[in-house]
Ligand binder design. Structure first.
Ligand code: KG4
Ligand code: ZN
Length: 345
């Protein structure tokens, strides 16, 4: 979408608090990052092996004001100079979302600025716009995070068709569960990614699930069970498990399915552009295998830098910009919606 030169610049103050990162950013005209502050709670949740919702909400409350102040000062801006305030309002942990939503409403109301509620997955998809000025819809986006695995046709800004989704665990969830089972700890994705670099991805042949009735849906619970069975069997027979080989083989099984489904969809729909998004999009094997597959098929491949794959507020500011220029405004009754569907308002 081209901007008219006579239009004024749009500065969005964006807030993200849907899970365990408290984040704020200032984004100019959708694609220019003026600041990007992320306060991660990973250290706290590591103690419990996963995100504890109650702790997440409390930490968001403690940190959010400072994170927003720093985002504004890093951008060299005051609240008065901001055009609109954007916030993730779903999906996510309800208590965590509420902290961001309440804060954004208070700031926008006090400063007399418009409010734009943003869908978290739309944010992840929009992360691809940040570093690719040439990228415009339509394109296919594979969104793989801790809570979601979706194959999405991005028809236009803010306009999506879901081609496939997971029937059970999200891809990131599978990474986290397998990492816990082999004692690598939380968050599992980066730890499996690292361990896999020392392993052989062909060492163990794990199953690739095909879901009945859909070409593009995913299922990762069978793969997770296969890994657990492999570990149990090794324990019972006294065989030593090579964690790097297991990590590499499991990771390859996940990536193989993700790449195959994405390429099938691109071919069937005649779409020449493929993007990836979400925390798992920072996985090195997924990035390199998708790059290879796209090159072979003559498709252009887009992927965000790792810092824009995992949760951040820049992606929310980018998504909000396109919603804002399309006239979307949220009311003061904006609420957290933990199971918000993509494309719904
Ligand atoms: O997008 P995100 O930060 O939060 C959600 O919206 O869920 O994604 C977090 C997920 C976690 O499951 C984490 O293990 C996974 O992304 N992840 C990775 C990698 N980095 C983060 N999975 C595989 N490889 C990675 N390098
Ligand atoms: Zn996310």
């Amino acid at each position: 979408m081209k901007r008219n030169k006579t239009e004024e610049d749009v500065y969005i103050l964006a807030i993200e608090s849907s899970c365990d990162e408290t984040a704020a950013a200032v984004v100019k005209n959708g694609r220019q990052v003026l600041s990007n502050i992320i306060s991660s709670q990973i250290d706290l949740h590591t103690l419990y092996g996963g995100v504890v919702p109650e702790i997440a909400s409390r930490k968001h409350i403690e940190r959010i004001n400072q994170v927003i102040e720093t985002a504004l000062s890093d951008a060299g801006m005051t609240l008065e100079q901001i055009t609109a305030v954007a916030v993730t309002y779903g999906p996510g942990l309800v208590g965590a979302l509420l902290v961001g939503v309440a804060e954004a409403k208070a700031i926008a109301y006090a400063a007399d600025k418009p409010l734009v509620g943003v869908h978290h997955i739309e944010g992840h998809i929009s992360a691809n716009f940040i570093e690719h000025p040439d990228l415009e819809p339509p394109f296919i986006c594979l969104v793989v995070s801790g809570g979601h695995s979706h194959l999405v046709m991005v028809k236009n800004y803010g306009e999506f068709e879901i081609l496939g989704r997971t029937r059970d665990d999200a891809a990131g969830e599978a990474f986290d569960k397998v990492a816990r089972a082999v004692g690598l700890g939380y968050p599992g994705g980066p730890k499996i990614d690292k361990a896999a670099r020392e392993g052989d991805k062909h060492a163990i042949r794990f199953p690739r699930a095909k879901v009945d009735g859909s070409d593009y849906d995913f299922s990762f619970s069978g793969l997770k069970s296969a890994v657990l069975n492999y570990l149990n069997h090794a324990q019972m027979t006294g065989e030593e498990v090579s964690v790097p080989d297991l990590a590499a083989s499991f990771q390859y099984a996940v990536v193989d399915v993700l790449v195959t489904h994405t390429m099938e969809a691109a071919r069937a729909l005649g779409c020449g552009k493929v993007a990836i998004a979400g925390g798992v999009a920072s996985n090195s094997e997924l990035r390199s295998e998708m790059k290879k597959a796209c090159k072979k098929a003559g498709l252009t491949f887009y992927y965000p830098s790792p810092v824009f794959c995992t949760d951040n507020a820049v992606m929310i500011g980018t998504a909000a910009y396109y919603e804002y220029i399309n006239g979307v405004r949220s009311g003061w009754d904006l609420n957290a919606v933990p199971y918000l569907k993509l494309g719904e308002r």
